[in-house]
Design a protein. Sequence first.
Length: 374
Amino acid sequence: MKKLIYKMFTKDNGINMNMETLDHISNKLHDTESIRRFLNAFKTRYNCNTLKFSQVDELLDIKNQQRSFFQVNEFKYKKRSFTSNMEFYKTQCTSNVKITNIGLLKQDSPSSIFGCLYRDKSNNWVLEDEHDLIEIELYDCTSRGFLHEDMFIGFYGVLHNKKFKVSKIQLPEIKVDTHMNTFLENRNIKMCFINGCENMDSHIYEIYVKHKPDMFVIALEDETTLPSFPVHTVVIRKTNERNLLPRKFTEKSSDPFLRKVTNPSIIETYDKSVLFTDIDLHIYKGVGEFVNDKPFESFMESYLSQASVHPFSKTNFLMKQHPNFIVIASDTKQYIHKVGDVSIVNLGNFSRGCYCIIETSKNTAEIYIDKILR
């Protein structure tokens, strides 16, 4: 356990501690999840790179402290790995499906295969698993879907004349994060999400009076135009360039009520999580192929199945579990779309009067367009 604590704190996050503190933590925490929650609680409560012995008991003694009601999990640059990603996605697809290795397929025998999808030099779809690859034919496919290069996906069908004839698409499962973070206060949290709010202090105050949110979450390009906020505020830096994520502000905030975090970031409460980013998803509809009807639904289902903030990027944005909400600060038309237990909010620009309120205990998201802001 000491090696795991040292890796998560010091190697991965640059947080130092002496041997006495390390021993103390290892006697208190006995699994990866509790260490992760403790680490996030430390990062939320203390703005320093050294964990002291006394801070351990302060963080663990949650009954005698005023607990925070949220924490932010940021992203770092990490290259995509075929081997590790393949292993992860395969476990998401195999709970109710028996997967056959491509090299072991039998002629005209119905089977399920799984792997990474891409196009070959002749522009044909090819699926590759750990040991082999095969050309994919979709003419007989009866299920709907959206396919794009580098996605991990399963197919049900038969091997025929050295090609795999697909009858059904089998996406990885969409599994929502259900854990409870006991380091955080257990109550309803009302969050207000805004896409761009340069020099709009009066409008921010009007929203606060109207909704009384516990916190604001903002996507902003220029931090010098950031309005003042009456409550806790989390800010991500917008970007107009593809594949530039994660992006962050150059300087941290000295204000304890203002957090400048990476774009993207995940905001976690006691029993809910919200991913916030500003990628324009819909420009990527043109990089893939739609199969059968309902293109909007197919695109969203394929996007979520990849359990990635940005599956079209070369950077690894893999999430072990899906958040309850995904809020995208896009300048396109606003909407809320639900796939399973995940609500996707496409947040229009604040200059058009658009913002979103999420309430955690109600598990609801609602978009508002205030006339006063237009």
